[in-house]
Design a protein around this ligand. Structure first.
Ligand code: AMP
Ligand code: MG
Length: 409
C-alpha cells in the first residue's frame, strides 16, 4: 500500500529526537539554529549619524535654495565634532559620522559648491533628510532573533553588529552516510569495467549535508554484502545521530539494505506515493534515526529534500522546516501520475508577469543532469493527472534562495 507523502513526513518529523543546545562563537554559526532568542543590548545604530557624505546643517537654514553657510570643521566616520552647528553654519560630515549637536539635516555634497570656508547649497533640503536615527535598525532591548531562527550570512552580520558573539544554538546532528552497490566505483575511476558506474550519490549527499550545515561522517561505498553492510550500519548507529544510506531499499533480490534490515523491527520499508522516490526506509537503529533512500540519484535528491532535510532541521528545533513554495504556471504540458505527488524538475523564467516552469528534460529518476539544470520542483499533487500549459502550479524553490543566503530567514 502506498502511503501519502504528507503522512510519511509527519511520521518522520514526530519520530526524530530534539537535540540539546550549546554556546558557540557566532562566526561558526552559519546555518545553525538558535536555541535561545537574541536580544540587542543597545541601539543600532548607536548614535544619530549621516547617511551621506555632505554637510550637517540646521533644517531651518536650507528651506530655500542658495543658502550660504560657514564651514566649521570636518567629521569623518569614527570621530565626533568638537563643536556644535548654529544658524548659518555647517560641518562637513562623512557617511556614518555622528551628527554634530545642533544639526538636524544633511545636505549631500553633490548639492553644494564649496569656496574657501563657505558652502553654498544649491537646492531645498527637507528637515531631517539623510540622517539615520539612533536605533533606526534595532532598538535597545529588542528581540532581534527568535529561538528556531536559522542563521544566514546576514544573521551573522547582525550578531556582530549587536555584539552577540556567543549565541546559544542547537547541537548539530552528526550524520553518518554511505552508498550501497556492487556496481559503484570512485568518481576518479578512469576506466569503468562493464556493469560499473561511478558513485554519484555519496559525494552528492556530502554536498547536500554540507548545505544543511550538519556534521558528517562518510562511511564510504558499501558493497552489496549483508555482513559488510550490517557491520557498517552497526558502527554508524553507535557513532552518529542520524544514518542515511542510498540504494538497496526496493524490491530486487540484491537489495541488501532491505535484506539486512527486514528483520529489524525498528525499520519500516515504505512505499511512498511520490515520484520519484517511492521506495523509502525509515526507522531507528538502536535509537539512531535511519533513512534508507533509494538508489537512483534523482530519487535521492527528492527523498532527501522531503524527509531528511526537514528532519535534520526539526532535530535542531528550526521553526521553518520546508523550502519556500510559490505559485507559477506550467510553461508546457506536464504528464504526471494521479496516484502520486510528482516532483517535476523545472527551469523558471518570467513570462507575462508570472513564473513559467518548463521541464528540464527527461524526468527519469536516473537523469541527474536534469535535476542539476533545475531551479525548482513543480509539485503536482495526488489526484491530478496532467497539468495543461498555462495552468497554475506550485513551485518548490530548492536552489535560488539558498545560494542567496535568504533561505530560512
Ligand atoms: P538500487 O535501489 O540499489 O537497486 O539502485 C537503483 C539504481 O540506482 C541502480 O541503477 C543503481 O545502479 C543506481 N545507483 C544506486 N546507488 C547509486 C550511487 N551511489 N550512485 C549512482 N547510481 C546509483
Ligand atoms: Mg543497489
Amino acid at each position: 500500500m502506498m502511503r501519502p507523502l504528507e503522512d510519511v513526513r509527519s511520521h518522520v518529523l514526530s519520530s526524530v529526537p530534539r537535540l540539546g543546545s550549546e554556546e558557540i562563537d557566532y562566526r561558526d554559526g552559519l546555518w545553525r539554529v538558535l536555541a535561545e532568542p537574541v536580544t540587542a543590548p543597545e541601539d543600532v545604530p548607536p548614535f544619530h549619524n549621516s547617511a551621506m557624505d555632505g554637510f550637517a546643517v540646521l533644517g531651518d537654514d536650507v528651506r530655500e535654495a542658495g543658502a550660504v553657510l560657514a564651514i566649521l570643521e570636518d567629521v569623518p566616520a569614527g570621530f565626533v565634532a568638537s563643536g556644535e552647528v548654529g544658524p548659518g553654519e555647517a560641518i562637513r560630515i562623512m557617511t556614518g559620522a555622528p551628527m554634530p549637536p545642533g544639526a538636524d539635516t544633511v545636505v549631500r555634497v553633490e548639492d553644494t559648491t564649496v569656496e574657501d570656508d563657505t558652502v553654498t547649497v544649491a537646492v531645498v533640503v527637507g528637515q531631517g533628510l539623510h540622517v539615520r536615527p539612533a536605533g533606526g535598525d534595532v532598538h535597545s532591548g529588542q528581540t532581534v532573533f527568535q529561538a528556531g531562527d536559522r542563521l544566514s550570512p546576514m544573521h551573522i552580520g547582525v550578531l556582530a553588529t549587536i555584539g552577540a558573539v556567543t549565541p546559544v544554538v542547537s547541537k548539530r546532528p552528526k550524520v553518518g552516510f554511505m552508498s550501497t552497490g556492487d556496481e559503484l566505483q570512485p568518481a576518479a575511476t578512469r576506466d569503468l569495467a562493464p556493469g560499473q558506474i561511478r558513485d554519484s550519490n555519496r559525494p552528492m549527499l556530502a554536498a547536500i549535508l554540507a548545505e544543511v550545515g550538519v556534521e558528517m561522517v562518510d562511511y564510504g561505498t558499501v558493497p552489496d554484502d549483508a555482513d559488510a553492510l550490517r557491520a557498517t550500519l552497526g558502527q554508524a548507529a553507535v557513532e552518529t545521530d542520524v544514518i542515511v544510506t542510498t540504494g538497496g531499499v526496493s524490491m530486487g533480490d540484491y537489495d541488501v539494505t532491505k535484506l539486512v534490515l527486514r528483520e529489524d523491527t525498528g525499520v519500516e520499508f515504505l512505499s511512498v506515493a511520490m515520484k520519484p522516490g517511492k521506495p523509502f526506509a525509515f526507522g531507528s537503529l538502536g535509537g539512531t534515526p535511519f533513512f534508507g533512500l533509494p538508489g537512483n540519484p534523482v530519487s535521492v535528491t527528492v527523498s532527501f529534500e522531503q524527509f531528511v532535510r526537514p528532519a535534520l532541521l526539526a532535530m535542531q528545533g528550526a521553526s521553518r522546516l520546508f523550502r519556500p513554495q510559490v505559485q507559477g504556471v506550467a510553461g508546457e504540458r506536464f504528464e504526471t501520475d494521479p496516484a502520486k505527488t510528482v516532483f517535476v524538475r523545472v527551469q523558471l523564467s518570467e513570462e507575462d508577469g508570472a513564473l513559467a516552469a518548463r521541464s528540464t528534460g527527461s524526468q527519469a529518476s536516473n537523469v541527474l543532469s536534469g535535476a542539476a539544470a533545475a531551479d525548482a520542483f513543480a509539485v503536482v499533487p495526488r489526484g491530478v493527472a496532467d497539468v495543461e500549459p498555462g495552468k497554475p502550479v506550485t513551485l518548490e524553490l530548492f536552489r535560488a534562495l539558498e545560494t542567496r543566503g535568504l533561505e530560512g530567514v
